[in-house]
Design a protein around this ligand. Structure first.
Ligand SMILES: [Zn+2]
Length: 58
């Protein structure tokens, strides 16, 4: 996670959308990480109300 300039939280349904957005906007290969259960329970998806399960960054 170190060095990321952008981090987008997203659910399973929107992970591909988030990856596309990162690639389009930053023209860099995105980094995909799973959200750790502990400490992130209230983090919701960038694109809907579901709980985020992935973080997409660059
Ligand atoms: Zn979503």
């Amino acid at each position: 996670m170190k060095g990321m300039e952008v981090m987008v939280y997203c659910c399973k349904e929107h992970v591909e959308l988030a990856l596309d957005v990162i690639v389009d906007e930053y023209e860099k290969a995105p980094v995909l990480e799973e959200v750790k259960e502990e400490g992130n329970l209230s983090t919701s998806c960038e694109y809907c109300q579901n709980r985020a399960v992935y973080i997409v960054g660059n």
